[in-house]
Design a protein around this ligand. Structure first.
Ligand code: ZN
Length: 104
């Protein structure tokens, strides 16, 4: 279980709440809702609502397990501790870079 940055909206997400970011399930997902997102690491809100077989992912909306913090897109990586770190400085204090916090 670790944190990562969504490659579409830039928010902080947890792998356990978003099918590991969907990338490893890419072949099983119905991407018709947003074909450009295929192969990207996605948060629960940017992720698909359905698999190809019609089963719901229970995503396509924010999970509300923690607040949604938006960060500058492409600026954060997952470090060896499973935390988000700034890709240039290694700074784990991602909140200092937060653009917006939303609970929806
Ligand atoms: Zn997202």
């Amino acid at each position: 279980m670790s944190l990562f940055q969504c490659e579409v909206c830039g928010c902080r997400e947890n792998t356990a709440l978003s099918w590991q970011g969907f990338r490893m399930f890419s072949d099983e997902i119905d991407w018709s809702y947003a074909p450009e997102r295929e192969g990207k690491r996605l948060c629960s809100a940017c992720g698909p609502k359905h698999f190809k077989n019609g089963e719901p992912t229970n995503c396509g909306r924010w999970h509300d397990k923690f607040e949604r913090v938006f960060l500058p897109l492409g600026m954060f990586v997952t470090n060896c501790r499973g935390n988000l770190a700034h890709h240039e400085t290694g700074d784990e204090n991602y909140r200092a870079y937060a653009l917006e916090v939303s609970n929806v």
